[in-house]
Write a protein that binds this ligand. Structure first.
Ligand code: IDP
Ligand code: MG
Length: 169
């Protein structure tokens, strides 16, 4: 369908620790968008710093990196998904609510389940892309083309002879 767009969603470590995966996915299903990629992932420091690169001068940056890597929750993983469909970015942002969980609409995902830590970090249970540029940048950072079941962006085949990769024994 024309006008379809993709958005990257992360269920952050606090969302996983609080057993909110089911609730969050149920809320997101209200959008009627399609899930076109999903996986569990351990977040490296490199990926964390790339994902939040635009915030590197903020006082909370260091803690934010620990947060997304799971170091604040003893749960070193996130769930990563791509939702796809008409106005996907806006629909998911609306359901997620404002960045600050205290000012987010109390019926939104962040308003329902988020909190501000004693050190002032916004623990807001999910990430979702803010605009099409961010969505493309983030999707290419978190997924390979083969992991996504629709062709979102141009890709190419690459023969990698000397790349070490784990395969099933
Ligand atoms: P977004 O997640 O709503 O797109 P961004 O400004 O991209 O908001 O910030 C990324 C993440 O950094 C937020 O989701 C939140 O966890 C954290 N954060 C953003 N602004 C603040 C702040 O002013 N204080 C504490 N944490 C913040
Ligand atoms: Mg953002």
């Amino acid at each position: 369908m024309k006008d379809n767009e993709a958005t990257l969603i992360l269920i952050k470590p606090d969302g996983l620790v609080k057993s909110l995966t089911g609730n969050i996915l149920t809320r997101l299903s209200e959008t009627k968008l399609e899930i076109v990629a999903a996986k569990m992932m351990r977040v490296s420091q490199k990926l964390a710093m790339e994902h939040y690169g635009h915030l590197k001068n903020e006082p909370f940056f260091e803690e934010l990196i620990k947060y997304i890597m799971g170091e604040l929750h003893r749960r070193r993983k996130v769930m990563v998904l791509i939702y796809w469909g008409h106005k996907a970015i806006q629909k998911v942002r609306e359901l997620a609510g404002e960045t600050n969980p205290e000012t987010a609409d109390s019926t939104s995902i962040r308003g329902s389940y988020g909190r501000i830590t004693t050190t002032g970090l916004y623990e807001n249970v999910i990430h979702c892309s803010a605009n099409p540029q961010d969505a493309e940048r983030e999707i290419k950072m978190w997924f390979n083309p083969e992991e996504v079941i629709v062709n979102l962006y141009p890709s190419k085949e690459n023969i990698e002879n000397s790349i070490k990769r784990r395969v099933w024994a």
